[in-house]
Design a protein around this ligand. Structure first.
Ligand code: NVA
Length: 378
């Protein structure tokens, strides 16, 4: 019986993947973790509840097109989550909300490390039950793949005590800049929290962004959890990002290292890696860090929760092939100059659902095994 779950990095030949869905997607109610992700302009203007049918239909067209490309052009086995009605309210002993979020972005909810899938301890109340959309998929795989490890990290309470309620919400304010520069975020250190999309998987090394969605306790949880299997967890910061959420618009691997040459990681030029982190993690490693080109446009949909750096949010389906949003011409030209062929897909109608092409997927299996690309830590 073959192993179904096996993925150690972001570039090996992709064989099986989960792709999110836009069905029943909602705009979350005001809550600390959601508020911190919004632009100043959106802060007081949004209305929670089910997204417009037309918006969902438009996103569905682009999701389904991506599905066809993955299945028929890239020969990747595709899994889709269950449709759950996110317009329903939820109530726990610690909070109550009128509606939830969506199942568009499995990259945040499920962390795949080798043969293990971790349901992550997220910090948005609207996403409290989000991993349930993948329970059938996880259960089916677990029955068939006797080596799969299925883990649910300690679920945070999401009580008020978990958040810095005095966080400066205005992302243009000096106070906000000061908080971010001292690595103080909307979630505090009361309980471990992390989103899978804050974790960059580079073989034996996991580079994890301390952010709004991942606190130091969450990073420590992951460190202890993976240590006995020889993983090394490195905390990283991008102090230029005043809404630090998810590493996949800040640092992305493009070319894997070989014996002949270093690999290439693309770093967002507006969010350089903190110098001390760069020195500690990457000096002596097999990686060279290059600056990403500017996006094609700085326009993003309202309530996007992401920035125009979604231009970096691409999916490598093998070391020489990537799926990229079709209008991101500077990114496409840069990738092609590195010998990476780009499959271009329209995806801007999905951006408002929480992310780009990388966010809406979660690897299940890539060919290849675990390697070290950091001789400095061997
Ligand atoms: N925080 C990132 C989003 C990552 C999907 C950004 O806004 O650029």
């Amino acid at each position: 019986m073959m192993d179904i779950v096996s993925s150690y990095n972001e570039w090996d030949h992709l064989e099986e993947i989960i792709l999110g869905i836009p069905d029943y997607a909602c705009i979350p109610q005001d809550e600390p973790a959601y508020r911190s992700k919004l632009d100043a302009a959106d802060l007081n203007t949004f209305t929670a509840g089910l997204r417009k049918d037309e918006t969902i239909q438009k996103a569905r067209v682009q999701f389904d097109n991506l599905a066809r490309i993955l299945e028929y052009q890239c020969n990747v086995k595709l899994l889709r989550p269950e449709k759950i009605d996110y317009s329903k309210s939820i109530k726990t002993p610690f909070f109550e909300i009128e509606n939830q979020n969506c199942a568009a972005c499995p990259r945040d909810t499920l962390l795949v490390i080798g043969n293990e899938i971790i349901e992550t301890p997220m910090s948005n109340r609207a996403r409290y039950f989000e991993s349930m959309a993948y329970r059938k998929i996880l259960n089916d795989i677990w029955e068939k793949d006797k080596n799969m490890l299925w883990t649910n990290a300690p679920k945070p309470t999401m009580a008020d005590s978990m958040y810095n309620l005095d966080f400066p919400w205005d992302d243009k304010s000096k106070e906000r800049k000061d908080w971010i520069e001292s690595y103080k975020y909307v979630t505090n250190e009361t309980e471990p929290v992390f989103d899978a999309a804050d974790v960059l998987r580079l073989g034996k090394d996991l580079v994890v962004q301390n952010s709004f969605t991942t606190n130091r306790k969450g990073i420590e949880w992951l460190r202890r959890h993976t240590k006995s299997r020889g993983y090394r967890v490195h905390e990283i910061h991008f102090p230029g990002d005043l809404s630090p959420v998810h590493i996949d618009c800040s640092l992305i691997p493009l070319v894997p290292p070989t014996n002949e040459r270093k690999g290439i990681l693309m770093n967002c030029p507006e969010r350089p890696i903190a110098p001390a982190d760069k020195e500690r993690i990457f000096s002596g490693s097999n990686w060279e860090i290059q600056s990403a080109p500017m996006p094609f446009t700085t326009k993003i949909p309202e309530l996007c929760q992401s920035s125009y750096w979604l231009c970096m949010n691409l999916l490598l389906v093998s070391p020489d092939r990537a799926i990229v949003e079709e209008t991101e011409i500077p990114t496409i030209n840069y990738l092609e100059s590195l010998g990476i062929k780009c499959l271009r897909v329209p995806f801007r109608d999905v951006y408002g659902f929480g992310g780009g092409i990388h966010c809406v997927t979660s690897d299940i299996r890539r060919r290849g095994d675990r390697k070290s690309y950091f001789p400095n830590f061997d």
